[in-house]
Design a protein around this ligand. Structure first.
Ligand code: F6R
Length: 634
């Protein structure tokens, strides 16, 4: 949450920082701001200019057209509000009282109240309600002390001051600091929030995420926790928390990791929904052999004995990733026969179940940066390490779309879902790619543990091979049907989604998609549970969307839908065409596939339905209010 961009180089930085922020706007769009330092040849001191605007980045961009923000050094920020309302005074950069020090920050300074009170008693006047504002005031105080001790105005002095201040901060941060008395120095630091240094030609660009580096450089240096760096036009000095100089080789990003283009679609979300056939094709080509011989699909970095030895799997995730994990748990239990539990990462980290032996813990996160998922995995790794019973087998696996993210540096085994950059804040193609990873895992475990016959495995793989074509047909047919259906329901206040078994998580996901982009209240429910309370909500104004696919619970879901119809609900079915499904007032037809494969198809009309309702209501589909794509705070 929040995106930061900082740049030091030999050309005007404001347009470049603005461009970087545009690519990070998915991290928050409550306000944006930028500060630069212009060097004056005749004096050592530069001129610090700062501009901020409430709301989206376009407001800052139009402000900058009317003002002059110049210099070869600058910092920028796009905000997702934590402390303080999304108003201009709370926008970053924040400055000290003299206006000579400016800071942008992503994270939460947990002891900010204590520090604020201390600074207030020194006479500091605060201008914002943010936790961040304590940082420039503390740095300013340290700079004053260091100068009294004889330190000169320089990048080294700024570095020292920031190091001293960081030792007082509790919580997570990624920050960038500039000081007008050191117009050729940028100081950046990180703890539990991402920060990447991009190495250009005589320039350095630091950012919260790699898309901001697109068009600038492919050579990156991801900072480690507790590191701090001094960047000048001459180079980088990188230090750990003990002040020891660090040396590392840069990594090279592949070109397509940064590709962000809306093509001819009206929104990124619609484009990403339509990319799903290709997502599946690429994934199958990468992980599945055309014919099963002695080669198993999906290769994981585990030794053969591990597949046999584990007794249980626990999955930690949030939001949409948790819904994908629930489908995964169904497959791992029902197809591969391994007891599997899914936890909200935010709950698990404070209330984990008692330890049990031979466990695989999987963290699922599209962004690879979700603070709760990272913390829950770290907590679990620690308590298993400290348990001290060497007979316990405990391994971790990360499933992510961002193999260059924090989770990949934390967890030794990583499965890259390879969906490509997803810009729309609402996850669509990455959800499908997460599901595919679980099909791969379930098949890999079932094959190696002999929990399914080769025939059963082959027929599931065969069904998976058909999915890209089925998706193409669905997208072609459903785009229009869902659009006209959406017109009828765009003023609806409440929607209920029901499903059972493997499609229950798809009902949850359908409700989440609708809530987050159209702001309509929606509930996802296991269809059989409706009669235990939620059925009281139903009347003629409440559409009930039922996912009914042939299999164990087909007739059950149809009966549950009938129960809603008997209370005047308007019934929408996501089901194959046929006499059984004539009960629905509107049908979003899906092909007649086995229950196993059905979630890969049933999710498509859900995504399109939500998209068209939000688009019809004229809402900002790609950047829904109050949300951010990367949730780096607890
Ligand atoms: C919903 C959505 C969120 C994320 C959640 C976890 O469309 O995108 O619910 O799924 O914030 O994010 P990741 O997967 O990055 O851990």
């Amino acid at each position: 949450m929040c995106g930061i961009v900082a740049l030091i180089g030999s050309r005007e930085v404001a347009p470049l920082i603005l461009e970087g922020l545009r690519k990070l706007e998915y991290r928050g769009y409550d306000s944006a701001g930028l500060a630069t330092i212009k060097s004056l040849d005749q004096e050592k001191k530069g001129v610090l200019t700062c501009e901020k605007a409430e709301g989206k980045l376009v407001n800052l961009a139009s402000l900058l057209e009317k003002t002059s923000v110049e210099g070869h050094l600058g910092i920028g920020h796009t905000r997702w509000a934590t402390h303080g309302k999304p108003e201009k005074q709370n926008a970053h950069p924040h400055r000290d009282q003299s206006g000579d020090v400016a800071v942008v920050q992503n994270g939460i300074i947990e002891n900010h109240n204590l520090l604020r009170n201390e600074l207030k008693s020194d006479g500091v006047n605060f201008l914002s309600e943010t936790d961040t504002e304590v940082i420039p005031h503390l740095i300013s105080k340290q700079l004053k002390k260091l100068k009294e001790e004889g330190c000169l105005d320089s990048g080294e002095t700024l570095l020292k001051a920031v190091q001293l201040v960081l030792s007082r901060l509790e919580g997570a941060y990624a920050l960038a600091v500039i000081w007008s008395n050191a117009p050729d120095a940028l100081v950046v630091a990180k703890r539990q929030a991402p920060l990447i240094i991009g190495l250009g030609q005589g320039e350095f660009l630091c950012a919260s995420d790699t898309p901001a580096l697109s068009g600038f450089t492919n050579a990156i240096l991801p900072m480690e926790d507790e590191e701090i760096a001094l960047l000048t036009p001459l180079g980088i000095e990188l230090y750990d928390s003990a002040g020891c100089r660090q040396q590392r080789n840069p990594l090279i990003l592949s070109e397509n990791e940064n590709a962000v283009d809306k093509k001819n679609f009206r929104h990124f979300m619609l484009k990403e929904i339509h990319e799903q056939p290709e997502t599946v094709e690429l994934w199958l080509a990468r992980h599945f052999p055309q014919h099963l011989s002695d080669q198993f699909p999906i290769s994981l970095p585990f030794e053969e004995s591990f597949y046999q030895s584990i007794n249980q799997i626990q999955i930690l995730a949030c939001g949409t990733s948790r819904h994908a994990s629930m489908v995964g748990a169904y497959l791992l239990e029902q197809f591969a026969g391994i007891p599997t539990t899914v936890f909200y990462a935010s709950e698990f980290r404070y209330a984990a179940p008692p330890l049990s032996p031979h466990t695989l813990t999987i963290g699922v996160t599209q962004s690879g940066e979700t603070a709760d998922t990272l913390a829950a995995l770290a907590m679990e790794a620690d308590r298993r390490k400290n348990f001290g019973d060497p007979s316990f087998i405990s391994r971790q696996l990360a499933i992510t779309n961002r193999p260059d993210s924090s989770i990949s540096r934390q967890v030794e085994n990583v499965l890259d879902i390879g969906a490509g950059i997803e810009v729309g804040v609402a996850a669509t193609k990455t959800f499908l790619a997460q599901l595919l990873s679980f099909y791969g895992l379930a098949i890999a475990f079932a094959a190696r543990r002999n929990s399914r016959t080769l025939d059963e495995i082959s027929s599931l793989i065969e069904e998976l091979q058909n999915v890209p074509d089925q998706l193409r047909i669905l997208l072609n047919n459903h785009n229009q049907i869902t659009e006209s259906l959406a017109h009828n329901f765009s003023d609806t206040k409440d929607v209920i989604f029901i499903g059972r078994g493997i499609n229950y998580p798809i009902a949850l996901e359908g409700a989440l998609k609708l809530k987050e982009i159209s702001y309509i209240h929606a509930e996802g429910y296991p269809a059989g549970e409706m009669k235990h309370g939620p059925i009281a909500l139903i009347d003629h104004r409440v559409p009930v969307i039922s996912i009914a696919t042939p299999g164990k619970v087909f007739e059950k879901v149809l009966s549950n839908a009938q129960e809603a119809k008997a209370r005047d609900a308007q019934l929408i079915g996501i089901a194959p065409e046929g006499p059984d499904t004539a009960i629905f007032d509107s049908l979003l037809p899906i092909p007649n596939v086995t229950e196993w494969i059905s979630p890969l198809l049933t999710v498509i009309p859900m995504q399109l339905f939500s998209y068209h309702i939000a688009a019809h209501r004229g809402l900002d589909v790609d950047q829904p209010r109050n949300l951010a794509k990367s949730v780096t705070v607890e």
